[in-house]
Design a protein around this ligand. Structure first.
Ligand SMILES: [Zn+2]
Length: 115
């Protein structure tokens, strides 16, 4: 399953970033998931719960998922437009653009520890 491998890669990233003792104190993970990333927040939650059921080490960690908007940067006028309804058109000069600068990413925005 797609979401399970995402959960695995999130945990792998955190394990590379932080010491094991620090991770034992982790209480929350904040993710930013672009609306074009093909990641369904609900499925990601489910995959997380399936991987860490009651009694496992990251079970108590809260997963916060924020959907981020789609933004394009116009090649002609460099204006940044927030895309609504999948209309990839610069709001300033009306030129169509597929120059995405936000909306496809999945990133770990913040991690909270109990100290
Ligand atoms: Zn433009």
């Amino acid at each position: 399953m797609h979401e399970t491998s995402i959960v695995n890669s999130i945990v792998k990233t955190l394990e590379m970033e932080f010491e094991a003792e620090k991770l034992d104190k982790m209480i929350a993970i904040y993710l930013k998931v672009g609306k074009l990333s093909n990641i369904e927040p609900r499925l990601l939650h489910n995959a997380y719960t399936a991987k860490y059921p009651c009694g496992t080490k990251f079970h108590h960690v809260k997963l916060h998922i924020e959907s981020t908007d789609i933004k394009i940067k116009c090649e002609d006028c460099n204006h940044i437009t927030q895309i609504e309804n999948y209309r990839f058109i610069c709001e300033k000069c009306d030129k169509p653009s597929k120059n995405l600068i936000e909306g496809e990413e999945m990133l770990i925005h913040k991690v909270e520890f109990d100290d």
